[in-house]
Design a protein around this ligand. Structure first.
Ligand SMILES: [Zn+2]
Length: 127
């Protein structure tokens, strides 16, 4: 059995399932993927977004940066890689070692605009 799941206005995913349960799981995975949770920019609300992967080489080591970019205001939502596999949107403040900074209640501190940030030349920070 096959199904086509429209996860955004422009992106569909074809799902294959050997039985009802398998197909249902595939549809659930496609619909709940964090890539597609944001259909508009968290900073300006524009729906014209692009997916990009940048490769940056530092000291001979290549790193890939996965981002969704707003074509209007150029804010970016960055994605990290989980050690167990899969990716997640970076929506929390992180410290120098890349670990989430916790508040007094041991909860992560949310970034502004649901993680959609743009570099501000005046402050030298992503805001
Ligand atoms: Zn924007």
């Amino acid at each position: 059995m096959k199904a086509t799941v429209w996860v955004t206005r422009n992106i569909s995913i074809d799902v294959d399932g050997t039985d009802d349960k398998n197909l249902f799981k595939g549809i659930a995975q496609a619909m709940n993927h964090e890539f597609f949770a944001d259909t508009c920019c968290g900073k300006c609300g524009c729906e014209d977004l692009k997916y990009q992967v940048r490769t940056v080489t530092t000291d001979g080591e290549e790193n890939e940066f996965y981002e969704i970019v707003c074509k209007k205001c150029y804010a970016k939502l960055s994605f990290g890689h989980a050690k167990a596999g899969g990716m997640y949107a970076k929506r929390l403040e992180v410290g120098a070692k890349g670990k989430a900074i916790k508040d007094e209640n041991d909860k992560g501190i949310k970034l502004p605009n649901k993680g959609w940030l743009r570099f501000n030349k005046e402050t030298g920070k992503n805001e």
